[in-house]
Design a protein around this ligand. Structure first.
Ligand SMILES: Nc1nc2c(ncn2[C@@H]2O[C@H](COP(=O)(O)OP(=O)(O)O)[C@@H](O)[C@H]2O)c(=O)[nH]1
Ligand SMILES: [Mg+2]
Length: 537
């Protein structure tokens, strides 16, 4: 019996809509008329509105800035509509209150409101409870003409199917403007930005076909280009993606990377044919989500346990070098990785190649003692599961690493973990020294350790570390960063953007995630969970 039901935001975004069976006309026309004639003019005191042969009943939700509208043929007396509108409103709020509570219009873009089943159930209940009385006499040709005439009498026709804006009784002096009902609005889309409270005394018409450049801001303004078009163009999407970009930056994705991501989403969607507005919103979200998952999924599998076994079979220790700036957690996470390797039955030699920072060697010795007390030598054939190789401070780190690797080979250690001093990416002498350490020792794996707290800086660090490794290598195929240890993940809440920046810039996987300060706080990355956190409004 209903022609349509629509739920949209005051920013003009259609969250969900229902179109009655056999109804071919889009709800856009009547809803636009409602917005223009009622909502924009602060005439929302009544809860119903007539547009041509349709009756519209609506309800505003000012807390969540939503509008609920139901449309039906006005010749039908649907006694259940008021209650039904209330029911749908309450039910929708209840079901999506978590999503709706987030600030900003982006929530409407990133959330999909699959409300169909609940709606149909409510409708079924409402229709079952009431007796619907079609008033047969109202269906005569004469009467229906008359009913249309009532509306027409309020709209001054000016050639073709153009009408004139309905004038507010309160605003008799208000300017009259010609509406452009060109019949072009066939898509079920809203063409209004609702600026309740800002339209006093001035009957401004905000149809997309009349809107002048820059006239209307807000969420609708930015999406205006999308709603009318069937084929998405780069220019149309730009403002939407601009919002997406800001969202990603707020999640701590480096600004550069956020820009590049949005550019690639635009490319992906350009030229796509969109059926309805809601499809556009979900398409943008989906494309971004897909890109993010794709970035986080390793192009290359890093399976350390398997590789250690392989090296062991060749009677070689597997060598991992840790590098990164100061204080990011290199030594701590090296210790956690030692623990993990020992738990997996391997023996570990820690090479203390941070010969620079006071206390660095002692910090590693403390870890070595603790690890051996957790895994006493009795459980490992009488030999300590982990040993420390150190030569004190001030010596050449590359030389110590080399000695440690030789020692590990002779003593049949399975793994050598090389700790290095933290260094700023701009400190050329120290970067050269790191490049040399890696070049002469050819570790099996070079891990870059970076904090999850880092924002724009992530890009600079990784680019310059890789650049230094490339520049100072004597090999034709220099060793670059093979993987990432993302630390302090426990301190960032849902601002997980660094994971994206780091993998995007290096194309290398996040091998470990540090989630705290105990040996157990080491995880692998869950790409889906990270992407969900990123998309959350
Ligand atoms: N909350 C938290 N703190 C960490 C994590 N990893 C390291 N830290 C802390 O960060 C600080 C610096 O760690 P350290 O290993 O000395 O950094 P390095 O200079 O890179 O070797 C220490 O206080 C660590 O306990 C982590 O995953 N989560
Ligand atoms: Mg350290």
């Amino acid at each position: 019996m209903l022609d349509f039901f629509a739920i949209f935001s005051k920013g003009g975004i259609v969250l969900w809509y229902f179109q009655g069976a056999g109804v071919s006309e889009s709800f856009a026309g009547p809803v636009n008329a409602l917005i223009r004639s009622v909502i924009l003019q602060e005439r929302t005191g009544h809860s119903s509105f007539t547009h041509n042969a349709l009756s519209l009943k609506y309800k505003l939700d000012n807390e969540f800035e939503l509008v609920f509208v139901v449309g039906f043929q006005k010749i039908l007396t649907l006694t259940y509509v008021d209650k039904f509108l209330d029911d749908v409103h309450l039910h929708f709020r209840d079901r999506y209150k978590n999503e709706l509570e987030h600030k900003g219009d982006l929530k409407f873009l990133v959330n999909r409101f699959e409300f169909e089943d609940d709606f149909l159930r409510l409708l079924h209940e409402a229709e079952g409870e009431s007796v619907t009385k079609p008033q047969k006499e109202m269906r005569t040709y004469y009467k229906s003409q008359k009913s249309q005439k009532t509306v027409k009498s309020m709209i001054e026709t000016k050639g073709g199917d153009k009408g004139k804006e309905q004038t507010s009784k309160k605003n008799k002096n208000a300017k009259k403007e010609v509406l452009t009902f060109t019949g072009a609005l066939r898509e079920p889309v809203l063409s209004q930005q609702i600026q309740v409270g800002s339209m006093k005394g001035d009957l401004r018409i905000t149809s997309i076909f009349r809107a002048t450049k820059g006239g209307f801001g807000g969420m609708f303004g930015m999406l205006r280009g999308l709603v009318g078009s069937k084929t998405l163009s780069q220019r149309d999407m730009e403002p939407v993606l601009e919002k997406m970009k800001d969202h990603l930056i707020a999640k701590n994705v480096a600004a550069d990377i956020a820009s590049q991501l949005c550019d690639s989403v635009a490319k992906k969607l350009e030229g796509k044919v969109m059926g309805t507005f809601t499809t556009v919103a979900s398409a943008v979200k989906q494309a971004l989500q897909d890109s993010l998952v794709h970035i986080l999924q390793p192009k290359r599998r890093v399976d350390i346990l398997r590789d250690v076994l392989e090296a062991k079979a060749q009677r070689k220790p597997f060598v991992i070098t840790f590098c990164g700036v100061n204080g990011v957690g290199k030594s701590t996470n090296l210790a956690k990785i030692s623990y993990w390797l020992i738990e997996n039955g391997f023996s570990v030699l820690i090479a203390a190649c941070d010969t620079f920072r006071a206390g660095a060697v002692e910090q590693l010795r403390t870890h070595q003692r603790r690890l051996n007390s957790l895994h006493p030598p009795e459980q490992h054939g009488g030999r300590p599961a982990v040993q420390l190789f150190e030569k004190g401070y001030g010596k050449d780190a590359a030389g110590i690493a080399m000695e440690a690797i030789t020692y590990a080979r002779n003593q049949t250690f399975d793994v050598v973990l090389v700790d290095t001093a933290g260094r700023m990416q701009d400190n050329t002498p120290l970067m050269t020294a790191l490049a040399k350490l890696i070049d002469v020792n050819t570790p099996d794996l070079v891990l870059f350790v970076g904090e999850a707290l880092v924002g724009n800086e992530a890009v600079d660090q990784l680019v310059k570390f890789n650049q230094a490794l490339a520049d100072h290598s004597k090999s034709d195929r220099p060793r670059l960063i093979d993987g990432i240890v993302l630390t302090k993940f426990d301190t960032i809440d849902d601002k997980v953007g660094a994971a994206i920046s780091m993998t995007y810039i290096t194309g290398q996987p996040i091998v470990f995630v540090g989630t705290g300060q105990t040996y157990n706080d080491l995880r692998s990355l869950n790409a889906r969970a990270v992407v969900n956190a990123l998309m959350k409004a």
